[in-house]
Design a protein around this ligand. Structure first.
Ligand SMILES: *Cc1c(COP(=O)(O)O)cnc(C)c1O
Length: 393
């Protein structure tokens, strides 16, 4: 099939939910992807924070392939040692007590919402079911996680939305305090708002949110779907913020490309979702878990330190450009605010035309490269970004 035929077929049979860039990616090596003609693209996206080990990782693909030849799926009616081993590693490495395995970020957040509501209901009465999230947040595309998302643009078309969500301004602890009532069962936030513009949430504020939640016995949930799995230079971002949530959600990078999600809870909240109250057909899929095990094994201290170093390297180089106003974020999750007139989407299209895949978030360019990206690939990407910004008005 030629690329034109692929585009035509897609248009004919796929619901038109995506505005795709005009490129098809057919293979990859390291942090470089290739189109059907063999043209290379430096990848500053990793499939939106997913392909943390890049492309062609032998240990990961071997583990996945071997598991696929043994058994590809086991129902949760039975035990599955690959999932159990992965869940055990994830709990030990993340510092949480219990895990529920699912298949995406939105599902992990659904699990967290159910947990907070059940805890609120059982501990403080049936009316305790409200969850406060932050303005500019993003928590997923299901009807409930759209409700949780604190952006009006996501609250269109699909009424009635799930009730019981309120939105607080990040950084304003007094506003949050004023919003908390006897009905509040949970507070959910991202430590860096990814889709919302790579906005770093102030650690002082996060600490105060934790104190408030503790005082009122409210479940504190961190959505680490984008910030987790080494992305910001620690396995999970809360370690650097110094504030541990009661519940943490993870997905994206956790499977290095296979669909997997996890909702983790501390000991106090670990048994709230009792037998029969939650479940998933695919959750704990052994192929995804075999891949996840390799991801977690790889993320030792030396690996994470390298992520931090590469993050500083990328940030420092980009900051040198006269067309750049601000670089924000942490580790290899960076938002680049430029002073050129062209909008972020146009810049991303220009980068693609020059051989660099880069994301946008609101008005910033967003870099989420594979965590294994080499300095040579970083330099190539930086050079392309500079060329594009230099040539743009
Ligand atoms: C991507 C993302 C989600 C949704 O994850 P899906 O796997 O697409 O359902 C939720 N929260 C955050 C912070 C995300 O970045």
């Amino acid at each position: 099939m030629t690329f034109d035929e692929v585009k035509e077929m897609e248009q004919e049979h796929f619901m038109p939910t995506y505005g795709r860039f005009p490129v098809q990616l057919v293979r990859g090596r390291g942090a470089t992807l290739f189109d059907e003609a063999g043209a290379p693209y430096i990848d500053f996206t990793s499939g939106i924070g997913v392909n943390v080990l890049g492309y062609g990782d032998r240990a990961w693909s071997d583990a996945v392939a071997i598991q696929a030849t043994k058994v590809q799926h086991v129902s949760n009616l039975y035990y599955n040692p690959t999932a159990v081993r992965f869940g055990d590693t994830l709990c030990r490495r993340s510092g949480f007590h219990k895990v529920f395995l699912c298949n995406s970020g939105a599902e992990a957040n659904e699990c967290a919402v159910k947990l907070a509501r059940k805890y609120g209901n059982e501990t403080h009465g049936a009316g305790c079911n409200e969850i406060i999230t932050l303005k500019n947040s993003f928590h997923g595309r299901t009807v409930t996680t759209l409700s949780a998302t604190g952006q009006d643009a996501f609250h269109q078309h699909f009424t009635p939305f799930t009730e019981g969500f309120r939105y607080a301004q990040a950084g304003d602890i007094d506003a949050l305090r004023a919003m908390v009532t006897e009905q509040t069962c949970g507070v959910m936030l991202e430590l860096i708002q990814g889709e919302g513009g790579v906005n770093v949430v102030d650690p002082r504020y996060v600490y105060e949110v934790k104190q408030l939640c503790k005082e009122k016995d409210i479940v504190l949930i961190f959505d680490e779907v984008q910030t987790g799995v080494g992305r910001t230079g620690t396995l999970y971002a809360w370690e650097a913020w110094g504030v541990k949530p009661d519940v943490l959600t993870s997905a994206k990078g956790l499977g290095n490309g296979l669909p997997i999600g996890a909702c983790l809870a501390t000991e106090k909240f670990g048994a709230v979702l009792s037998a029969g109250t939650h479940g998933s057909t695919f959750g704990g899929n052994p192929v995804a878990c075999a891949g996840g095990e390799v991801v977690l094994e790889r993320m030792n201290d030396a690996f994470l330190m390298e992520v931090e170093r590469k993050g500083y390297y990328l940030r420092d180089k980009i900051m040198e450009f006269s067309q750049v106003e601000e670089v924000r974020g942490k580790g290899l999750m960076l938002g680049v605010k430029t002073n050129v007139l062209a909008d972020a989407k146009t810049l991303a299209s220009e980068c693609l035309a020059h051989g660099l895949l880069i994301l946008t978030a609101k008005d910033v360019l967003r870099c989420l490269p594979p965590l294994t990206i080499s300095y040579e690939e970083l330099d190539k990407g930086i050079r392309i970004l500079h060329e594009v910004l230099h040539a743009t008005k």
